[in-house]
Design a protein around this ligand. Structure first.
Ligand code: CMP
Length: 143
């Protein structure tokens, strides 16, 4: 079973979209194994987006992500990383397919409502940044 990291960004939280997004992942058959509402520190944003540190949009991205609480989630399921990436749609919402989350709920690349890990390696790294091991549920250990 794969695990992936998903983050509802401050605009998605503020617009009351957390429940809508959770419903979509649950309806798909994915299992929620961790979740918390948190306002990220600058250090955590730098860790999360370290590949974008030198990009011209990084300062705007960092202040957007820190502008309010994010809803951080860990989802589990077969091919969870690829499945969730398809469900959230292209990074630029103007190019995201209708029916995808960004296709249905966003218009601007700088306010694209949700993030999800783009590879199994990123998922392991990002889950490790935001969750302690004991914050993630192992359903195989629950009777
Ligand atoms: P996300 O999937 O969280 O990964 C990196 C984020 O950087 C991306 O979504 C966008 O929010 C942001 N981003 C990427 N490219 C640009 C851009 N050209 N201008 C502003 N923000 C961007």
């Amino acid at each position: 079973m794969d695990r992936t990291f998903v983050m509802v960004k401050p605009d998605g939280v503020q617009r009351g979209l957390i429940g809508e997004f959770i419903s979509r992942f649950e309806a798909k058959g994915l299992k929620l194994v961790g979740a918390k509402l948190e306002r990220l520190s600058k250090e955590r944003v730098i860790e999360q987006y370290r590949e974008h540190l030198e990009k011209p949009f990084f300062p705007g991205l960092a202040s957007y992500i820190m502008s309010g609480p994010c809803f951080l989630m860990a989802w589990e399921g077969k091919d969870a990383v690829a499945v969730v990436r398809r469900m959230i749609g292209a990074t630029n919402p103007a190019e995201a397919a209708p029916g995808s989350i960004r296709g249905d709920f966003a218009l601007d690349i700088g306010r694209n409502v949700i993030h999800a890990s783009d590879s199994p390696e990123s998922a392991a790294r990002e889950l490790g940044i935001h969750f302690a091991p004991d914050e993630l549920i192992d359903y195989s250990r629950i009777d």
